[in-house]
Design a protein around this ligand. Structure first.
Ligand SMILES: Cc1cc2nc3c(=O)[nH]c(=O)nc-3n(C[C@H](O)[C@H](O)[C@H](O)COP(=O)(O)OP(=O)(O)OC[C@H]3O[C@@H](n4cnc5c(N)ncnc54)[C@H](O)[C@@H]3O)c2cc1C
Length: 420
């Protein structure tokens, strides 16, 4: 196959825009992005990006703009159901030393604004309302066609169209389908001006385990004028089935009842944090429900001149905060391999698969394990978990285990080192 000069990218989410920026900046490839939605989306909560992802965003020249908007917060404070703190941990104490970056929590809409701005400045075309209908390949390149009758041809096609990827189902791997993880999230963004003054001083991720799931709250803007809270719990597939209508009905019912459910679960929480959390839940007007799906590990990632990356290839549960960072790692690995093997996409995809598969599988499993703490437990189990967590965090801090990088090694992963 000839050298890649032009890349068609399907999907203008984080993976699509970041891929376009990197391929243009580093590989001098001309990207064009096709997005199914009529305009940039303004939906979404707040995304956590750990050291491994932040290091790559810095390399793309995006760090300053993102830091100006998001909240740099790497401390986790764990609260008992009674409200008091049972332990604190800096989840980036070691990885920050290794990479120079900690942890950023940023509203999805802020992240996307920064990415769209950068794409505009770089002159990367993004075409909206494009419904992909076909993909065909010959010796000269790969052609995509859209429902409006238009088509485009390139040397490389990247499927960055998320968990329900058309590129994957039409072309690369029609057999891999998203699966419900058994966990659902409900989240909200609340302005601190509407909350007791203590809310403005929430400066870290505060989490609380309850008998019915995990409750968490974190700042998500640099100015601290907004908090992001979510409740993540075990929830069965709707009785009417794993369908859009079934989940819509269930989502509506969850949104209607979640405030009273959470307030009841944390009714014994006292102290400033307990009061602030209860007030935050009471003052919340808009909630969004999200059943968490993932892709089973082991699906196909490439075919011919086409590669799927990000959620289109390996959507994982969000409980390791690695979705955007995994997409970034995919992009950097692809771009570095294109640079070192300019004449053979087959070879690029072969090495890509060999390098990315173990890393992605590791994070997929970590995310699934972390999802386990959201499952329903009895009050006794909760009591035992609180004692175990307090003990584990106490030992971690007393013996300075963070200095050994325990639990943080994946966050210092360096794509450049993995190239050798
Ligand atoms: C509740 C929740 C919390 C999360 N928390 C975090 C977190 O803290 N940290 C983190 O890193 N990740 C988190 N994630 C995951 C993160 O959102 C994803 O990993 C990330 O958005 C993946 O980016 P992507 O570009 O691959 O896919 P997407 O963000 O899904 O973007 C895909 C894009 O493609 C478009 N598209 C879809 N189909 C087509 C088509 N046929 N043609 C053209 N365009 C198409 C879509 O409209 C969209 O713009 C969370 C996810 C959820 C659900």
């Amino acid at each position: 196959m000839s050298q890649v000069r032009k890349a068609v990218i399907i999907g203008a989410g984080p993976a699509g825009i970041l891929a376009a920026l990197r391929l243009q900046q580093f590989n001098h490839i001309s990207p064009i992005i096709y997005e199914i939605r009529p305009e940039p989306t303004t939906l979404g909560g707040a995304i956590g990006i750990p050291s491994n992802g932040l290091r790559l965003l810095y390399k793309l020249g995006l760090w300053d703009a993102l830091r100006d908007r998001g909240a740099e917060t790497s401390t986790v404070s764990v609260h008992a159901i009674k409200g008091h703190v049972i332990g604190n941990m800096d989840m980036a104490s070691w990885s920050r030393e290794k990479t120079g970056f900690g942890y950023l929590r940023i509203r999805r809409v802020d992240l996307m604004e920064v990415l769209y701005d950068e794409a505009r400045k770089a002159g990367i075309p993004i075409c909206f309302s494009k419904h992909l209908t076909g993909i065909e390949e010959d010796n000269q390149g790969i052609t995509v066609t859209f429902s409006d009758g238009t088509s485009d041809k390139a040397d490389l096609l990247l499927g960055c169209d998320g968990i329900h990827s058309m590129v994957r189902t039409l072309y690369v791997d029609p057999n891999t389908e998203p699966e419900y993880s058994g966990i659902s999230n409900i989240y909200s963004l609340v302005a601190t001006s509407e909350l007791p003054s203590a809310a403005a001083s929430i400066d870290s991720l505060n989490v609380m385990l309850t008998t019915d799931g995990l409750l968490a709250i974190s700042p998500c803007r640099a100015s601290r004028e907004m908090v992001y809270w979510f409740f993540s719990r075990e929830l069965a597939i709707p009785p009417s089935g794993d369908t859009r209508d079934g989940w819509e009905e269930r989502g509506k019912q969850q949104v209607e009842t979640i405030k009273s459910t959470v307030l009841d679960l944390i009714k014994d929480s006292e102290g400033e944090w307990g009061l602030t959390m209860k007030e935050t839940v009471r003052q919340t007007n808009t909630l969004r429900f999200y059943p968490i799906y993932h892709l089973p590990a082991g699906g196909k990632w490439s075919k011919g001149r086409c590669l799927v990356i990000g959620d289109a290839a390996h959507a994982m549960q969000p409980h390791a905060s690695q979705g955007v960072s995994m997409a970034l790692e995919d992009i950097f690995m692809l771009s570095n391999l294109l640079d070192s093997n300019p004449a053979s996409l087959n070879e690029v995809f072969r090495i890509y698969e060999q390098k990315r598969r173990p890393r992605v599988n590791e994070m997929h499993q970590l995310a699934e394990r972390n999802g386990g703490v959201r499952k329903r437990i009895s009050p006794w189990q909760l009591w035992l978990k609180e004692i175990a967590t307090s003990g584990a965090l106490g030992i971690y801090s007393l013996f300075g285990l963070s200095k050994l990088g325990i639990g943080q090694k994946p966050l210092a992963y360096d794509i450049e080192e993995d190239m050798h």
